[in-house]
Design a protein around this ligand. Sequence first.
Ligand code: ADP
Ligand code: MG
Length: 247
Amino acid sequence: QAEHDAVRDKFHILVSGDEVPPPIPNFRDMKLPKPLLDYLKKKKIEAPTPIQLQGIPVAFSGRDMIGIAFTGSGKTLAFSLPLLMFSLEEEKRMPFVQGEGPVGIILCPSRELARQTYEGLQEMARLMEQGGFPQVRSLLCIGGINMSEQSQVLSQGFHMVVATPGRLQDMLEKRKFTLNACKFLCMDEADRMIDMGFEEDVRNIMSFFKHQRQTLLFSATMPKRIQDFAQSALVQPIVVNVGRAGA
Ligand code: ADP
Ligand code: MG
């Protein structure tokens, strides 16, 4: 325990919540499959950043989490790896049939951010498949793109959705797919999302879930409005707060 606190101190990580999983300051110890370790190597990502070394173990543990870390601190990987691993587990447990899914959603405040996050997931999923793991598919659900381009994914069934809230809500209301199998929700840049007026859309999206879900909320800042939102949307969250060194 003291050893875990020493790691947190070293990386300026503050945690709160019950039974916080230990930080893991090395990707090799995170039980990641080889293709993902190769992906990290290819991206010249050697050691996890603070939000990753504490956030990934929390996300893998299934707990709700609030991750607070400044821009450029590697938050994308902190939620993308857990969603990908969860999707693979679900696919192994019960192979997806036509039109099924998703098991997890990432919400982003902008189309551009959603697209980048989606592309990262696609790349990791492709490497996993090449490495002999089951295929997992993602859907990009944003305004300004023609969903028929993704009709193959829509009809095959897909594990992950990366979306902007407005477009996802629209798709759900039009019954293009359901969230009946969905158990994971991540909100990226939650502060921006709330500032942009997406709170009601996000709440509406939550109402489509049928299962208990794991909810992750990432933000660079934690103003009162986000705290209140998190309070109502998350269950006994672990808070991982990474300060800038020296700040
Ligand atoms: P944030 O969302 O917190 O602003 P990003 O997830 O966009 O940050 O990551 C910022 C940049 O850092 C990206 O180019 C990403 O590839 C890179 N990066 C992520 N994790 C690491 C790491 N552990 N080591 C080095 N670079 C990393
Ligand atoms: Mg980000």
